[in-house]
Design a protein around this ligand. Structure first.
Ligand code: AR6
Length: 182
């Protein structure tokens, strides 16, 4: 299963590179400095150009679980929502609440800025080591809760962009669990 509908919003998954997504905003899995890094963060900064780093420098960093907005500069996406996922430290350091907060705060920023189409990477599941299936369940579950609580949300389409097949399978499973209501 690669598509789920919640109120007016379609959740979909796509395999590929988030820097090429034609959406209103892409979400960046950043670190607290917001000054760039590896993984999807490095790819977004390379594709957006040096103006993105200059804009990020003005933001004074971002705490784990929070989100901040910049323009997308040379990306096709008009905006970048930078959020900082938790580093996995065994699961007993508030990681699940912090990861859920990344999705929640990103959606709040999207709605506050008229963003209708949004693409998320699998936050924290790369360099930060969050177990994949647990992370995708939190991603999909948090988005569902947000949309059920905000039936007037302007966001019409949310794409979970998967860089590899294991991530595709994890989102497919999370979509199936959501449809089954588990
Ligand atoms: N498009 C979509 N997904 C991607 C792309 C891409 N171009 N590149 C990687 N991914 P990660 P984190 C996937 O490590 O775990 C940075 O240094 C990747 O396969 O990018 O939150 C930051 O500055 C994985 O599925 O982010 C932080 O220091 C997912 O994106 C730290 O890494 C997230 O992997 C954040 O670590």
């Amino acid at each position: 299963m690669n598509r789920v509908q919640i109120n007016q919003t379609t959740l979909r998954l796509e395999k590929g590179d988030i820097t090429r997504c034609e959406v209103d905003a892409v979400v960046n899995a950043a670190n607290e400095s917001l000054l760039g890094g590896g993984g999807v963060d490095g790819a977004i900064h390379r594709a957006a150009g040096p103006e993105l780093l200059a804009a990020c420098r003005l933001l004074n960093g971002c705490r784990t679980g929070e989100a901040k907005l910049t323009p997308g500069f040379r990306l096709k996406a008009a905006h970048v929502i930078h959020t900082v996922g938790p580093v996995w430290r065994g699961g007993t350091h508030g990681e699940s609440d912090l990861l859920a907060s990344c999705y929640q705060k990103s959606l709040e920023l999207a709605d506050a800025n008229g963003i209708r189409t949004l693409a998320f990477p699998a936050i924290s599941t790369g360099i930060y080591g969050y177990p994949l299936e647990r992370a995708t369940a939190i991603a999909v579950g948090t988005v569902r809760k947000y949309l059920e609580k905000h039936p007037g949300s302007d966001v019409t389409e949310i794409t979970f962009v998967c860089f590899d097949d294991a991530t595709v399978r994890a989102y497919e499973q999370a979509f199936e669990e959501l449809e089954r209501g588990t």
